[in-house]
Design a protein around this ligand. Structure first.
Ligand code: DGJ
Length: 730
């Protein structure tokens, strides 16, 4: 069967055929069941695996519907009618009863892909994307549910989303709304998730799935540093380049729920969607709600292939920025250089010296507005602080531009300080439970972006600066979770999601009015690094931990799903401000090269020797960024916990290979030196075994040799040492 989506009318089966994988669902007496998701099946498939003969109910005997409901592999299981597994959808009616039973009504297969209302999602045109809508309706007419599936040419990604419509004449309350649900047999899979904390984001963690339910979620109003809207199910023995793994990634930036339940019959149900915590969405008759998209990838060639599939779909069908396929300006950010203690003179001195080293943009971070000499005040008062910048933003920007540099600026648009003119004028503009004392976090409150007048204010503050200056880049920061979630206008239970819709609306407006703006998202480092944000900004600040050795693990975890070209990475000063470690300047550059690349240090205090190294790093960036940004990423060795092919060498190494396999860059970093060890021999991946590759030092190797026998790295002396190896087809 070709790539595409097909309906077999006789068997009542839908088969979704991707590049190398197949997803099959089928109808049984109107119920939609999941049959298969795995490597490509081209032959005929029947309904046997729906196991209809297991249930007397399917032969017309009503007396035991319950057993059927609790075992049938529902494609979208609902709560209240006997399916005791964790539900994909739970709906309460006006009287407070919950129960929905969905049956098939119709379907539509079409080229292209529809947009989701107010939400980020993948896009595709009629030439490269095919979609399927399946309309299901409650047997008592309460609601209609449309399940949408989209696939992309040359891709193994399946995009799923859900639309719910209140088809009744009463108010309904949606209490759980998953975007994807997959019922599958338990075959010893382990679950892989990305766990972390502030400055320790996205460490891969792999564990067994016992009986009961595992929940990965965020209740913080952001996708969070702690858990990540991603989970994968790896069959036993799956490692970097072999084995089967099913990955799921959520295109959303707020509260989420990712869960898997292993039930009494040893089947798994894996759900992903908006977090059900503090969620209760009122739907009036005729109203609809869209659930955000989940991207699924079934890889039959290990975790590395899964990562590359996610990277490709995000680069080809999610990130819209005009910068996506461009070299981003090499920037220097003053945060770790000055924190709040800067003025125009200091910034101009940084800019001057940066320019002499080849840096292309100065980004002014937090502290330029109100009277913000610390994080205690002024958020919301987006008026330039003339004590620090006497000629205002326009004056500073002009001076920076006159030096030949572009300028970028920091905002935290979603926040308000209790000590601000804005708060004094509008104390009700915050997320707070009326009548309760509100909790401060970093001395700030969250603006109630569910309200249109608040969004209007925020938007105009940012847009005014961009209209009046030649600022080319905005770092959009967000530095606290949502607590005390209430509002003077918005219903409880809806605030979290409406808040996210408000943030998305602002970003959509900003990138529409300023299409050439380079927007970088940030949330106390990487607290909102997710596929939702990538729809609006081509890059996201990965972590406040800029220590190169720590970054090895953080960036590796992030690149498990996200393309390296989206990973905000800078060279910072040593000893590192968070961990006190000193690492070679050269190695710091190699690690930052994996991502967007830039600097976060006081260049005016660097030695001449370090400034010479910066010039070399800038040259490396220009030389290699096309390959890094557009190429395929391969993890070669790792000291992290994800791999079953864990190595005794404390090294991290990775490769970028051009799509035509003519060029490759291997980065090798020895995290920790070990006595009496020979240099490591690493097997390279992704090269064409038939090609001959020449290394920059003139040595030649066959692709065969590099792939099967390996490449002997240089002997490195000390901790945090690294090398770049650049291979070009001879
Ligand atoms: C958190 C960010 O991650 C930092 O890079 C910096 O912008 C600070 N906020 C400023 O408050």
């Amino acid at each position: 069967m070709d790539h595409g989506i097909f309906f077999d009318e006789k068997e009542e089966l839908f088969s979704i055929q991707m590049k190398t994988t197949t997803y099959i669902i089928g109808l049984a007496n109107g119920y939609l069941g999941h049959i298969y998701y795995g490597s490509r099946i081209n032959g005929l498939v029947g309904k046997e695996s729906l196991r209809l003969n297991d249930y007397t109910f399917m032969n017309g005997e009503k007396k035991d519907k319950c057993t059927f409901m609790d075992s049938f592999p529902f494609e979208y299981g609902t709560a209240g009618i006997g399916d005791f597994r964790t539900a994909a959808l739970s709906v309460r009616n006006e009287a407070g009863f919950s129960g929905v039973e969905l049956k098939y009504i119709s379907h539509n297969i079409y080229n292209g892909k529809k947009k989701l209302n107010g939400l980020p999602s993948t896009f595709g045109d009629e030439g490269d994307t095919t979609s399927l809508d399946i309309l299901l309706s409650d047997t008592e007419g309460l609601i209609e549910v449309t399940l949408t599936y989209s696939i992309f040419k040359d891709s193994d990604i399946l995009a799923k989303s859900v639309r719910v419509n209140n088809s009744s004449d009463q108010k309904l309350y949606i209490e759980k709304l998953m975007s994807s649900s997959v019922d599958m047999p338990y075959e010893g899979q382990e679950i892989i998730t990305l766990h972390g904390s502030w400055a320790r984001e996205r460490a891969a963690c792999r564990r067994d799935i016992g009986h009961g339910r595992i929940e990965i979620s965020s209740k913080r109003g952001i996708s969070s540093h702690q858990e990540h809207p991603f989970m994968a199910f790896a069959k036993p023995g799956t490692s970097e380049n072999i084995g089967e793994v099913l990955g799921m990634c959520f295109v959303y930036s707020g509260n989420f729920l990712a869960e898997v339940e292993r039930n009494q019959s040893d089947t798994l149900r894996a759900n992903m969607g908006i977090g059900d915590y503090d969620f209760s969405w009122k739907l009036d008759p005729g109203e609809t709600i869209d659930a955000p998209e989940v991207l699924l990838c079934y890889s039959t060639a290990g975790l590395g292939n899964m990562s590359r599939e996610f990277h490709n779909v995000m680069r080809d069908h999610l990130i819209r920025s005009p910068y996506l396929h461009k070299k981003r300006p090499i920037l220097i950010n003053n945060w770790e250089a000055t924190y709040f203690d800067f003025n125009e003179e200091k910034l101009l001195e940084i800019a001057r010296q940066a320019k002499s080293c080849g840096i292309e943009m100065l980004v002014m971070d937090d502290g330029w507005f109100g009277k913000r000499d610390s994080d205690n005040c002024s958020l919301g008062d987006w008026v330039v602080d003339k004590r620090k910048l006497p000629d205002g933003l326009t004056g500073l920007c002009k001076k920076i531009n006159d030096m030949g540099l572009d300028m970028g600026i920091w905002f935290e648009p979603e926040m308000i300080s209790p000590d601000s003119d804005l708060y004094r004028a509008h104390p009700d503009w915050v997320i707070a439970i009326p009548g309760r004392e509100n909790s401060e976090c970093r001395s700030q409150f969250v603006l109630d972006l569910t309200r249109s007048e608040v969004r209007e204010y925020v938007y105009e503050c940012v847009a005014k600066v961009l209209r009046e200056t030649n600022i080319k880049y905005v770092k959009w920061d967000m530095n606290r979770p949502l607590t005390d979630v209430g509002s003077t206008v918005t219903r409880g239970g809806e605030i979290h999601h409406r808040y996210m819709l408000g943030v998305y609306e602002l970003m959509e407006r900003l990138t529409s009015e300023f299409p050439d703006l380079l927007l970088e998202n940030c949330s106390s480092g990487g607290g909102r690094f997710d596929a939702g944000m990538l729809y609006y900004s081509p890059q996201i600040w990965c972590s406040d931990d800029t220590d190169a050795m720590e970054r090895l693990k953080i960036q590796e975890g992030t690149a498990l799903i996200y393309p390296p070209s989206a990973i905000g990475a800078h060279v910072s000063i040593c000893p590192n401000h968070l961990v006190g470690r000193t690492t070679d300047m050269t190695t710091r550059g190699y690690v930052a090269l994996l991502g967007t690349f830039g600097y976060e240090l006081d260049i005016t205090k660097l030695s001449d020797e370090d400034k010479e190294i910066i010039k070399e790093q800038v040259a490396d960036y220009h030389r290699f960024n096309d390959l890094i940004r557009e190429g395929d990423y391969y993890r070669i060795t790792s000291d992290g916990g994800l791999y079953t092919n864990y190595s005794v060498y404390h090294s991290y190494s990775w490769m970028f290979v051009s799509k035509d396999k003519k060029e490759a860059l291997l980065t090798y970093v020895q995290e920790r030196g070990t006595a009496n060890m020979r240099p490591q021999q690493v097997k390279l991946v992704g090269l064409d075994p038939k090609k001959i590759y020449r290394l920059d030092d003139g040595r030649s190797f066959s692709g065969d040799e590099l792939v099967h026998i390996g490449f002997v790295t240089d002997k490195l002396w000390g901790d945090g040492k690294g090398r770049l190896y650049h291979f070009v087809e001879e």
